[in-house]
Design a protein around this ligand. Structure first.
Ligand code: WT7
Length: 658
């Protein structure tokens, strides 16, 4: 990593101190308190986590062992303890007198609404749990959940947790083929789905995809539970299919939570890596839930009696697992859930819901922020967002421009922004500000959570010191309670992917590149495979994107590398203009933008080629499909799986024009 490259990332000088009004009431208030927690965790690592696990979880059988490191990297936490996750998320709040507190305040795109209290959520999970048991689903059996963003998705996950079944949620945007692969890999006994989901005014034929997947394989599936959501006509397989509504009417709400071992697999979640088929990341029960809870408290500073929490992710991704299904419920908070597009019927949909529900803590992705930013400030201005007190982002580095917009326009310069770095594998926040303690720098996810030993290392695994101006690989030095446990059915792949990069030492490899500044703040530079080498300069594609986006005409940019005889790799940029492509002298604008990047980073970073695009190919979770862009940049045939693409037209447009 060259000095010039890092300079641009580390040149962000703005610091936003914690507002006194926020610090005064925060759970963790001031850097001294944060540092004290970090010191405690360093002095007695296992003791620190054991203390958290005793304080935050209700155990059926208390644990006596904390961390078992006898077979690395297969670490076990709290292994001789037993608990039930659904009990911890639902029953314990009811027992504490909060049964009538709204757990989920849901809104559908057509405007339909539904509120479930903690008691109602528990009763529905219990009824479905009883039904699953009656189909022969026992502890450890797998259930695939393929549902829209409706409360029943959370009910289904909690029902599995209640009886000790291991769920695997498949995002509703995945194709029948992708669904089939996942059902087969997990060998699921039951699939829980819906007649359809609604997004952008369209109905997504979930049940038809289930039928197709099961028609082509999936011999282990015995039952399909169907929620009627979209009044969508469906085919029916008698003896196999059953309506969820009938279950709710017939089954008893008495379904005692089944205690499971701390290490019992709560769920499998499939995620893509740099190679091969998606892998099933396996998560534990106790350690997992502990991560969800401490991050809700430390990073979201949540106060269950007062806060209205809203995470805009889909339950099909890890963010929807930890910050919809489990985290908010485990702490007993009220949350908002929305099914639908953020711009239907108008670009102020999210702000209207936030106003109506009195949302206080709002969590979304930079890509959503940039999209809403493009719509203009007049949309949020129509709404009273004064209840908001904290904002969060996740999923990719946030460029400082988007950060500032979010801070000023949505947060009214009053709300701290927690930029949270984590992954499907880490399952909860790892590096993030504690909003009552950590001064913020736009674009930095700041500092590791107490008890998380994140580091930046070189190829040998040696620390790259903060402030050295060098980048390196982001790793975690010690096993933590909520880390992934294995890859489902493939221990070797678990070892190869995450634990084999550095010989002779067990460092968890995140596959992200990062750098630390003088204050020890982490700056994520992008994925290892998003790093390109241009004439011997190692460049994070994200830095160039940030530079492009800081130009007033540019709404969004994606940068990839294209092999080049002379430079090794040439920078290739896809650029979306704020006002569309019409009316520009595009060649002149290209020259401007190259100059602009030269000014922002250096001449070596300026794009060799710039293609003006109508949109970028993204997965429905908002990730830019870089591999696809690389293929387009290289003029190759597209061989990638495009089934998760949000809008296929975008690819046709990009291929069609030079
Ligand atoms: C990758 C993980 C984390 C839940 C959703 C995505 C990138 C995530 C940030 C952030 C910069 C980030 C990393 C990471 N990422 N959060 N705050 N700043 N980059 O989960 O699909 O497993 O993706 O997302 O590259 O490795 P995921």
């Amino acid at each position: 990593m060259s000095d010039e490259t890092l300079e641009s990332v580390l040149s962000e000088q703005r610091i936003f101190p914690v507002p006194d009004s926020f610090a005064g009431r925060a759970r963790i208030s001031g850097m001294e308190q944060y540092r004290e927690m970090v010191r405690r965790a360093e002095a007695d690592y296992e003791g620190f986590w054991a203390e958290q696990a005793r304080a935050e979880l209700d155990w059926e059988t208390p644990f006596s062992e904390v961390l078992d490191e006898s077979r690395p990297p297969f670490y076990r936490w709290f292994a001789d303890g037993r608990l039930n996750v659904s009990y911890n998320c639902l029953d314990r709040h009811i027992e504490a007198g909060a049964g009538d507190r709204p757990a989920i305040r849901w809104e559908g795109e057509p405007g339909d609404t539904r509120t479930l209290t903690y008691r109602e959520l528990r009763d529905e999970a219990a009824r479905l749990g009883n039904a699953l048991k009656s189909y022969g689903v026992a502890k450890g059996d797998r259930v695939v959940i393929y549902m829209p963003m409706v409360p029943e998705a959370v009910v289904a996950m909690q029902a599995c947790a209640r009886i000790g079944a291991t769920h695997s949620v498949v995002f509703g945007g995945f194709s029948a083929e992708a669904l089939k692969d996942r059902i087969e890999d997990a060998e699921a006994k039951v699939v829980i789905s819906a007649d359809g989901g609604i997004r952008g005014g369209k109905t997504i034929d979930l049940k038809a995809n289930v039928d197709r997947a099961l028609g082509e394989g999936c011999p282990t599936v015995e039952r399909v539970v169907v929620l009627q959501r979209a009044e969508n006509p469906i085919d029916w397989v008698a003896g196999r299919d059953i309506w969820l509504r009938e279950i709710m009417a017939e089954e008893s709400a008495d379904c005692p939570p089944e205690p499971v071992e701390a290490e019992h697999p709560l769920y499998i979640l499939y995620t893509s890596g740099s190679t091969g088929k998606p892998k099933g990341v396996v998560h534990s029960s106790a350690g997992y839930l502990l991560g969800a809870i401490v991050s809700m408290k430390w990073v979201f500073d949540i106060r269950p009696e007062e806060d209205v929490f809203w995470c805009t992710a889909d339950v099909g991704w890890v963010t929807g697992h930890t910050y919809i299904a489990y985290g908010p419920t485990a702490v007993g908070a009220t949350q908002v859930m929305y099914e639908g597009a953020p711009t239907v019927p108008q670009p102020d949909r999210l702000w209207a819901i936030a106003e109506r529900t009195g949302t206080t803590v709002f969590y979304t992705a930079p890509t959503a922020i940039r999209a809403l930013m493009k719509q203009g400030e007049e949309w949020p201005a129509k709404h009273d967002l004064s209840a908001l007190r904290l904002l969060g982002t996740v999923g990719e580095p946030i460029n400082p421009e988007a950060w500032m917009w979010y801070y000023r326009v949505i947060g009214g310069e009053r709300c701290p922004i927690v930029d949270t770095w984590w992954q499907t594998e880490t399952v909860a926040h790892m590096i993030a500000p504690l909003p009552g303690a950590t001064p913020l720098k736009p674009g930095s996810c700041t500092l590791p959570l107490p008890g998380i030993q994140a580091d930046v290392v070189d190829e040998q695994g040696d620390s790259v010191p903060p402030g050295s101006g060098e980048g390196g690989l982001l790793v975690v030095r010690r096993p933590w309670p909520f880390m992934l446990r294995t890859v489902w059915g493939n221990e070797q792949r678990f070892i190869d992917t995450y634990w084999s990069y550095f010989p002779d030492q067990y460092l968890y490899l995140s596959e992200d590149q990062a750098s630390r500044d003088d204050d020890g703040y982490f700056w994520i530079l992008g994925r290892m495979d998003d790093v390109i080498n241009v004439s011997g300069h190692r460049l994070g594609t994200m830095e160039i994107e940030s530079a492009l986006v800081s130009h007033p005409e540019v709404a969004e940019a994606a940068v990839v590398g294209r092999p080049d005889d002379v430079k090794g790799t040439a920078v290739y940029a896809f650029v979306i203009l704020r006002a569309g492509r019409e009316g520009y002298d595009l060649d002149e604008l290209r020259r401007h933008l190259r100059e602009h990047v030269t000014g922002e980073i250096g001449s070596f970073a300026k794009p060799e080629e710039i293609r003006f695009a109508e949109g970028l190919p993204k997965t429905r979770s908002g990730k830019i499909m870089r591999r696809l862009l690389r293929s387009i940049a290289c003029g190759e045939e597209i061989t990638q799986d495009t089934s998760t693409l949000e809008d296929e037209e975008v690819v046709r447009q990009l291929q069609g024009r030079a």
